[in-house]
Design a binder for this molecule. Sequence first.
Ligand code: CTP
Ligand code: C5P
Length: 370
Amino acid sequence: MSDNEEKKEIRVWCDGCYDMVHFGHANSLRQAKALGHKLIVGVHTDEEIKKHKGPPVFTQEERYKMVRGIKWVDDVVEGAPYVTTLETLDKYNCDFCVHGDDITMTADGVDTYQIVKDADRYKEVSRTEGISTTDLVGRMLLLTKNHFRQGEKEYAIEKEGSSNLGQDHSARSPWTGCSQFLPTTQKIIQFSDGKSPKPDDKIVYVAGAFDLFHVGHLDFLEQARKHGDYLIVGLHTDPVVNKYKGSNYPIMNIHERVLSVLACKYVNEVVIGAPYSVTEELVRHFKVGVVCHGQTELPMENGVHDPYAVPKMMGKFISIDSGNTMTTEKIVERIIKHRIEFEERNSKKEKKEIEAYEAMTKAKQNEKAG
Ligand code: CTP
Ligand code: C5P
C-alpha cells in the first residue's frame, strides 16, 4: 500500500428518515462509521417522507438534531433526496453508501439504492433485530406492558403465553416485523466509549427514565454536560418508572433505554438501574461534582419525597432549562392522534416488504436451479 492510499480518508454516506430515532438506527451508523473514517448522514425532509412512506412522527428539524446527537455521526446533510444517486455521493465526497440489510422502496416500489448498488458503491450492515419504529408505535397504541424487564413479573407474563410484541400480527415484514431485542454485554461494549473519568474531571450526574429518547433529552444532556467534563446518566428501572409514570410506561425497557442513552454524544457512562433518590453514597461512589435536573416535574414518590433532597443539601444541585418542552408523553399523544395514518402506513410498508422479500427469495431459488 502506498503512502497516499494509507492516508486517504474514507468518507461513508448513510441516509434515511431517522424518524423516532432509536438504537437500531444508532447501531447501523456505528457499523457504517467502522467502515471508514468520516460518517456523513443524509436525512430526508418531511415532504419526501410523506410522499414515499407516510407522515413522519417527528419534524425534519427534530430529526436533523437527533441524528447530529449520535456519537458516530460527523456531519448531517439536511433534506437529502429519497433516492440515493452517484451525484449525491460525489457532492459530499463520499466513497460509498451504507444501509441496513432490509429493503427501502420509493412510492412506486423502486429500490432506493439500486443506482449505488449497480455502481458498486454500496455496502450493507446488519439491521438490529428486535427494534423498529413500527413496534414502538404498536406498544404505544395497544398500551402493552409485555416489554417490561422486571424479573419475576416478566417471567409470569411470558409464562402466561402472551407475546412480547405490542401489535397486530396480520402483516409482519420479514425485516421490520421484529421479534424481541436480545441485549448482550457485547452490544453495550460497542456503544460505550469505555473511558473512565480523568482524576481532575468534574463529574455531572443526572437521572431519570429517558424513555423514547427524544430532542428534549438531547437538549437537556447538552446543557448538563456543560457543567462538567464527564456525564453519568442514571436510568431508573422499569418498575420504578412505571410507579411514577403509570399506564404502560416506560415504552422502552431498561435494556433499550441504556443503548439509546449511550448512543448520545454527550454521555460518558450509564448506571443501569439507578436508585430513585440520589443518595450520599452514590455521590461519593461516583465522585459526583454536580447533579442536574431539567424543568420537568420531579417524579415524587407518594407526592412527598424529593429525589434530589441530598444533593440539594450538599449544595451540588443545579436546575437546568433545556429550552425544549418535548416529553415522552407528548410523543405518545402525537402517535395516538395520528393512529389511523400510522396503522395504514405500517401495514402498507409491511405488505410491500413481504412482496419484495418473496420476489427476492424466488429469484435466488431460480438462480440456484438454473
Ligand atoms: N436500521 C437498522 N436497524 C433497525 C432499524 C433501522 O439497522 N432496527 C437502519 C436501516 O436499515 C437504515 C437506517 O437504519 O439503514 C435508517 O432507516 P430509516 O430510513 O429511518 O428507516 P427504518 O427505521 O428502517 O423504517 P421505519 O421507520 O419504517 O421502521
Ligand atoms: O422525564 P425523564 O425522566 O426522561 O427526564 C430526564 C431528564 O431530562 C430530567 O432531568 C428532565 O427534567 C430532563 N428533560 C428536560 N427537558 C425536556 C425533557 C426532559 O430538561 N424537554
